[in-house]
Design a protein around this ligand. Sequence first.
Ligand SMILES: *[C@@H]1O[C@H](CO)[C@@H](O)[C@H](O)[C@H]1NC(C)=O
Length: 249
Amino acid sequence: MVQITSTLSFLLACSTLSVAAPIVARTAAPKRLLNWNTWTPPALEKTQYFQPTIRTMAETTGQNFQFAQNFAQANPGAIVHTFNEPELNGISPQAAADAWNTILAPMRASTGCKLVSPGITNTQASVDWLNEFFGKITSQPDFLGLHFYDKVPDNLQSWLEARHGEHPFPIILSEIASTSTDQGTVDSMTKTWANYMDGADIVHQYAFFGAMPVLPNDGGFIPTTTLLMNSSGDWKPLLKELVSSSPMQ
Ligand SMILES: *[C@@H]1O[C@H](CO)[C@@H](O)[C@H](O)[C@H]1NC(C)=O
């Protein structure tokens, strides 16, 4: 739901970046990082840990598009994310599908990258947007892009299974977080969800939202309990456990 503007401080704050990139996909080694941008963070320039995001229409053209394309060319099989919550950001299914058909799929053909479908969040209107998008694209994605936010743990599995039933591609959850304002609930939901997703065949990668010292902008509906770092940029125990233990205790 949020636009990231604090990427630089977020990265500089990660003193243990070489051990585990802070946005994490534990289900697939090596661990990965995405920052909602097409440009590679300086600390990761010489690695393949990064996943660029074509976040809005602005990233389908010019220098921002070039960053993603260059990364894809330099890193065979790179995963490229497309359109961050387009249904909430004024991008129509038709406009997204046009960009997919004429810009993104050709980039995949020329670089060999893998494309993640637009990362919709978990509302029925978002699902309607996605279904319309799928009806208009002329080549299929490699991964199904989803976000998920909830205050209770129970709804995740059925949501993912329903989306995968409609579009049977391996899921990349590029944002997931508990939105409970109770820290104990956030901690236990994070563990429950991580353990479920580690064992779920339909989930290829997932990234918990919140590996940053402060919420970007006003954070929208996301509470500070979701943050995985403290305000000095140090990793909270939950983030350390998230990147090191499976199953989480
Ligand atoms: C953040 O955590 C580190 C390590 O535990 C600690 O030294 C530091 O004081 C904390 N910062 C804040 C603002 O709580």
